[in-house]
Design a protein around this ligand. Sequence first.
Ligand SMILES: Nc1ncnc2c1ncn2[C@@H]1O[C@H](COP(=O)(O)OP(=O)(O)OP(=O)(O)O)[C@@H](O)[C@H]1O
Length: 269
Amino acid sequence: MADPLLQVRDLHLALPDLNAPRLFGPAPQVGILHGLTFDIPRGATLGIVGESGSGKSTLGRCLVRLLEPTGGTILLNGDDITHASPRDLAAHRRDLQMIFQDPMSSLNPRHSVLRLIADPMRLHGIQDADAKARDMLDRVHLGRRFADRYPHQLSGGQRQRVGIARAVGLSPRFILADEIVSGLDVSTQAQIIRLLEELVADMDLTLAFISHDLSVIRRLCREVIVLRAGQIVEAGATSKIFSAPAHPYTAALQSSIALPELDEGWLLS
Ligand SMILES: Nc1ncnc2c1ncn2[C@@H]1O[C@H](COP(=O)(O)OP(=O)(O)OP(=O)(O)O)[C@@H](O)[C@H]1O
């Protein structure tokens, strides 16, 4: 059994039901996640797939503890973070990073690229943040000449590289990547995927990768969980699950998304 970095047991989440008619008192709760159990081994990239509304992003937000589960447990490196208070979570914040789908909305438009990468490092007490941020610009293949640019001067792919540099620059234990290539054209997607593969191999990253794009999941993730209506309907080796899905939902998911296979010819440098 691989050494788990994250252990998720019987995870439940309910949120106030904003659609429910409400006359008096607190809004009734609606269940979103229903008893999820899985591990993310150290150094692995776990794929999370499922149709829109199946709970992928909500699960991701629980994993990085932006949401507090209503039941079950999440262990990070053996520490129970399920109900950790904001104060206790501060000790784990550096270890639980996110890369967002739309880096434009997560990058302060008034900050230079160097500052965008160096500020989180300074916040977490990392010494020589500017020098390390310049190193990260090289690692994500932007190069140091991008240090003084601003987000609006970058392409979507370049902005996503900045988002990756911000997260990876903190050397976190775990990174959640939520639909991070969805807004990009096909060749830029391929470049970002290749970059992630490189960083995962070189820096021993542990990732959860949420995507509706099964070809991307097949490329990046050895293991996958398939969500439907907040439950895991299938989990295991990506190759096995997509070549012989045991659940009709997985088969339907696969056939409803007709995407080209990722192969070397498709990848542009
Ligand atoms: N704050 C909230 N209050 C009530 N319901 C919510 C809230 N956030 C999410 N939901 C509901 O939870 C379900 C799961 O949403 P979630 O965004 O996690 O799905 P998803 O699989 O990531 O979808 P998509 O692929 O479209 O992003 C949806 O039915 C959504 O409407």
